[in-house]
Ligand binder design. Structure first.
Ligand SMILES: Nc1nc2c(c(=O)[nH]1)N[C@H]1C(S)=C(S)[C@@H](COP(=O)(O)O)O[C@H]1N2
Ligand SMILES: [Mo]
Length: 258
């Protein structure tokens, strides 16, 4: 996993926004031609940034089934340690439950059968890991929006946190368990699903059985496997290392847009 620490990504959009704002406040400077050119450029950049921010509903690319990768790499945990997961696996996940709680009107505990009885979505998408590999897979699951509508988010909810069964034995301020989070834009995005199927079969253990997150516009580490709990919250303070995700606690970007 050490390779995950080696790559850093920077956005720099806020810098552009700040300089554009500064320039547009200085009318006198705009009389100078050189400054005007810079101003025009800054304005174009601002528009581009705004457009990027506005297209919150844009879909990630979906592929034909013929493009599904014959081998889909397994990364991170491939089999959670411990009695609890072993027992659930042995029972075919009949005793597994997804707890949905936090800032919701009606907390729920859902079985795999409950989730499979809800409306489903299937999508063939490309998974991009921060370590530099990609793979195309077919995912089937219940849209997260369907589950969130069932529990009813309270108006104070701003994020959704995903708690996982696997303990990685290292942490920066947390328990060592893998966890992740999304804002409500991505939580309600149509391609954000809680997947129980992969390539037409039950989700394999190595890929996160019985349930994993798919959030197709973000990098692989956001796609939490081995889900146990979905928690609505208004802040990450007091949750694991406080940065909204296992790798985020070690310095990774919280918004891992592709
Ligand atoms: N619970 C859990 N989820 C996880 C991880 C993990 O170690 N534990 N690794 C992440 C990373 S870095 C990637 S790239 C993907 C890998 O998913 P895959 O094993 O299905 O390829 O899962 C993500 N979700
Ligand atoms: Mo990854």
């Amino acid at each position: 996993m050490s390779g995950l620490f080696s790559r850093r990504r920077f956005l720099g959009l806020s810098t552009i926004g700040a300089s554009a704002m500064f320039l547009s406040g200085c009318d006198r400077l705009a009389q100078n031609e050189k400054v005007r050119n810079v101003l025009d450029m800054a304005e174009t950049l601002t528009k581009t940034t705004q457009r990027a921010l506005l297209s919150q509903g844009a879909l990630a690319r979906e592929y034909p089934e013929a493009d599904i990768s014959p081998v889909f790499k397994v990364n991170g945990t491939s089999m959670p340690d411990g009695e609890e997961y072993a027992r659930l696996l042995e029972g075919g996940f009949a005793d597994w439950r997804l707890v949905v709680d936090g800032l919701v009107r009606q907390p729920l505990s859902l079985s795999l059968a409950d989730l499979k009885n809800l409306p489903s979505r299937t999508q063939v998408t490309r998974h991009d890991c921060v370590e530099g590999w990609s793979a195309i897979g077919k995912w089937t699951g219940v849209p997260l929006s369907v589950v969130l509508e069932k529990v009813g988010l309270l108006p104070s909810a701003r994020y959704v946190v995903f708690h996982c069964a696997d303990d990685l034995g290292q942490t920066l301020g947390g328990s060592g368990r893998y966890y992740e989070s999304l804002d409500l834009v991505d939580a309600f995005h149509p391609q954000t699903i809680l997947a129980y199927g992969m390539n037409g079969e039950d989700l394999p253990v190595a890929h996160g059985a019985p349930l994993r997150l798919r959030v197709e516009r973000q990098l692989g580490y956001k796609h939490a496997k081995y889900l146990l709990r979905v928690q609505a919250t208004d802040s990450f303070a007091g949750i694991e290392g406080g940065k909204g995700g296992f790798w985020e606690d070690f310095g990774y970007e919280w918004y891992a847009g592709i």
